[in-house]
Design a protein around this ligand. Structure first.
Ligand SMILES: Nc1nc2c(ncn2[C@@H]2O[C@H](COP(=O)(O)OP(=O)(O)OP(=O)(O)O)[C@@H](O)[C@H]2O)c(=O)[nH]1
Ligand SMILES: [Mg+2]
Length: 335
């Protein structure tokens, strides 16, 4: 069930209490904490960091799955069906999203709730739409912290949806243990447009809408993707990304899909590779956040904001060497 989060205003003394409430599985506390994490206010950021630090030892126990695909491929429909299958098996499922374009005033929120009708009323599921503003790095960093809060709250499956635009797939792949790429059955054009980068990120490809009249086309597409994977994907001794067909609408193939996710986890966990991947991701996140802060300084520092248009114009006009302009900006940043 998704909560409408109230404006977060937590006195610093009550951060530990909020943490305890999250650990006890209180939905309202989780929603408040996520609101803190998403807030831009400096005092909220500090409280959020204290909270994350407190809860970190209790986080990390979930299977984290990223799901991408072009608009309309059926991500939300599939997540609704997969999530319901998983809660019926006793899992607690959190659904998060990374959509850096979702400043469109909650449009995606409504969309997702109607497309995830079953999960939206499932007491063992929690749906949280994408943080609605900021850079991709900023949005993804907040989603990452929200994921940690959900784990501390006892969610053992985290599904992160992202629409396949820009670099959002890479950001979500860097948040998750397993990256699932959904494809449409009409492979012809799709295969042409397939980005090599996506294939390299994929731990599995699922051709969706393999139902009714689409079933045969889906099977044909799956065969083509399988062939493409052999050519494009780097061979790993541990895992060859499978290509399967599913229907998010009927639920067909979702059991097989999940058994692949579990097989991937078992195989990698046995060699300590999930933990290793997460440590690598953490280091990458650290640098991504440093870069985000530097960029924010670049954009918001009043002196720089006043000066950079002139510098840009002078460089563009050939009046100033780029090196000199860069030097001035670096000095202003204290570098
Ligand atoms: N036949 C069939 N239709 C499906 C299936 N999955 C989704 N659809 C339909 O495809 C349309 C888009 O589904 P969504 O789940 O909203 O797709 P999405 O990938 O989440 O879309 P965005 O959030 O806009 O990127 C809807 O009309 C669904 O009913 C499927 O397995 N079979
Ligand atoms: Mg969707």
């Amino acid at each position: 069930m998704s909560d409408a989060s109230s404006p977060a205003s937590v006195s610093s003394a009550s951060v530990p209490a909020l943490g305890e409430a999250i650990l006890a599985g209180e939905r309202a506390a989780l929603a408040r904490a996520i609101t803190l994490v998403e807030s831009r206010r400096a005092d909220h950021r500090r409280q959020a960091q204290a909270l994350i630090q407190q809860l970190l030892p209790k986080a990390g126990k979930a299977i984290r799955v990223g799901i991408t695909g072009v608009p309309g491929v059926g991500k939300s429909t599939t997540i609704d069906a997969l999530g319901s299958y998983l809660t019926a098996k006793g899992h607690k499922v959190a659904v998060l999203a990374v959509d850096p374009s979702s400043t469109r005033s909650g449009g995606s929120i409504l969309g997702d709730k109607t497309r995830m009708a079953r999960l939206a009323v499932d007491p063992c599921a929690y749906i949280r739409p994408s943080p609605s503003s900021g850079t991709l790095g900023g949005v993804a960093a907040k989603t990452r912290e929200t994921m940690l809060l959900c784990e501390a709250a006892g969610f053992d499956v985290i599904l992160v949806e992202t629409v396949g635009v820009g670099q959002s797939e890479t950001a979500v792949a860097d948040l998750t243990d397993f990256f699932l790429v959904l494809m449409l059955p009409n492979a012809g054009d799709e295969l042409q447009g397939i980005k090599k980068g996506i294939i390299e990120l994929a731990d599995m490809i699922a051709v969706n809408k393999a139902d009714g009249a689409g079933a045969a086309a889906a099977r044909a597409a799956a065969a083509q993707y399988q062939a493409a994977l052999h050519i494009l994907a780097p061979a790993s001794p541990l895992w060859s990304p499978p290509v399967i067909t599913i229907s998010g609408l009927t639920g067909e193939g979702l059991e097989a899909l999940w058994s692949k996710v579990e097989a991937h986890r078992a195989r990698h966990e046995a060699k300590g590779l999930i933990a290793e991947k997460r440590r690598r991701q953490d280091v990458k996140w650290m640098w991504a956040m440093v870069q985000d802060r530097l960029q924010a300084r670049l954009r918001h520092d009043p002196a720089l904001k006043a000066r950079t248009p002139e510098l840009e114009a002078a460089v563009a006009a050939g009046r100033l060497a780029p090196t000199l302009a860069a030097e001035e900006i670096a000095q202003a940043l204290g570098l």
